[in-house]
Design a protein around this ligand. Structure first.
Ligand SMILES: [Cu+2]
Length: 147
């Protein structure tokens, strides 16, 4: 009887240990991002490297987008294209993006981020009453540090 109990216990330990490992492996950082006119609000400024979930909610009235860019440039001094919007090809590496985050909607990105400096930004550009609106220049940018 004792032996059987001991056997069952060790089986239980064997079965449990991979679960413990996997729950540690999927432990991930989360960044909650609010989009609005004309700013991006994030609930954290730094996360640990590895799996990072970015939850995006558009609290504004216009459609926005979110771009996660890895760059060493200051978040508010990224080079702009002549027609407005940042030059994604010459600023660093675009890790991922979600286009067309509509008013009121929520979306998310599951990323694997290496240590470094990142910028979360909206790179939408549009003509509004004959005036060019460059969302990035109007303030839709936020730095994120991955340690
Ligand atoms: Cu925008």
């Amino acid at each position: 009887m004792h032996n059987k109990k001991a056997f069952l216990l060790s089986i239980g330990t064997l079965l449990l240990s991979p679960l413990v490992f996997s729950s540690q492996a999927i432990a991930q950082e989360t960044v909650n991002v609010l989009l609005q006119e004309w700013r991006i609000v994030t609930d954290v400024k730094e996360v640990k490297s590895g799996p990072v979930k970015i939850n995006v909610q558009n609290r504004g009235r216009e459609t926005h987008e979110i771009v996660v860019l890895k760059t060493d440039l200051p978040h508010d001094q990224l080079p702009l294209l002549p027609q407005g919007g940042i030059d994604e090809a010459h600023t660093g590496t675009v890790i991922d993006e979600i286009e067309d985050v509509r008013e009121g909607s929520r979306q998310s990105l599951s990323l694997f981020l290496k240590p470094g400096r990142y910028v979360i930004l909206c790179n939408m550009t549009e003509m509004e009453n004959d005036k060019l609106e460059v969302h990035y220049s109007m303030g839709m940018r936020q730095p994120l540090i991955v340690n």
